[in-house]
Design a protein around this ligand. Structure first.
Ligand SMILES: C[S@@+](CC[C@H](N)C(=O)[O-])C[C@H]1O[C@@H](n2cnc3c(N)ncnc32)[C@H](O)[C@@H]1O
Length: 234
């Protein structure tokens, strides 16, 4: 997910806007929004990830609106085309503040569940009142969710190198046979995702998959891969 933010550096379009929550008693003095994002991309330290999202949670939606973050809308539009029934149990993996859940609810999905690493992001998502359940989870580790327990998974702006092979493996385990997952992946991580997809196809874990390259962050001219995959029934 965080890869998408790398464009801020790559393009050299640094905003000098100081993050409102960082202006006063910030635990990271003098930190600007782009610094926060760059640190999220670079870090391997889960405690730093937790800390940075704690700082960001309250203004995340507003900030990403400013940046033209369209990934949730693109992802949900792809998800809708899969003809998954409205009452299907859907898991929003890395739900953050709940932008994806909100769009899914507007599209008619009523059995929504979410998970995320950050309790602070989850608290904002809870305020949207579109999820039946929200739980804390760490996709770098084995998850406590039951196997074959959800009909669909969506994960937008979340995939990062920190997940290694664990994320897709665990998501496929949770998914019911014949269930669909849609997730976004920034170009920087695409080779590693493509390798994983190839292995999963070869192992018979995935029945079919498709990949779309579409807008991600309009303000930065950034695009991403949106991958749809269907879990095999065997
Ligand atoms: C850029 S946000 C995307 C949130 C939401 N899907 C959206 O599109 O607005 C990335 C989310 O991934 C979550 N995340 C980061 N590392 C994680 C991990 N190891 N396990 C689970 N979630 C993680 C963060 O807490 C954050 O809410």
């Amino acid at each position: 997910m965080l890869l998408l933010f790398r464009v801020f550096c790559v393009n050299g379009c640094r905003s000098e806007r100081r993050h409102p929550l960082l202006a006063g008693e910030s635990p990271i003095p003098e930190l600007e929004l782009n610094d926060l994002v760059n640190r999220l991309v670079a870090t391997d330290d889960p405690e730093e990830v937790r800390h940075l999202y704690k700082i960001w949670a309250e203004t995340y939606d507003h900030d990403l609106d400013d940046f033209g973050y369209v990934a949730p809308a693109v992802g949900v539009s792809i998800f809708k085309q899969l003809n998954i029934p409205d009452d299907a149990r859907i898991h929003d993996a890395g739900c953050g503040t709940g932008q994806v859940g909100s769009l899914l609810a507007s599209a008619g999905f009523g059995n929504l569940h979410g998970s995320d690493f950050s309790d602070d992001m989850l608290a904002v998502a809870g305020g949207r009142r579109c999820y039946q359940s929200l739980v804390q989870a760490d996709y770098t580790k084995p998850l406590e969710f039951s196997s074959n327990s959800v009909d669909g998974i969506i994960s937008i702006g979340v995939y990062t190198k920190r997940f290694k092979n664990n994320f897709l493996k665990e998501m496929l385990r949770m998914l019911n046979p014949g269930g669909w997952m849609v997730f976004s992946c920034r170009p920087l991580y695409f080779d590693e995702v493509a390798d994983s997809l190839k292995s999963l196809h070869k192992a018979g874990a995935i029945l079919k998959s498709s990949i779309v390259y579409d807008d991600y962050m309009l303000g930065q001219g950034a695009a991403a891969y949106y991958i749809s995959l269907c879990k095999s029934s065997v």
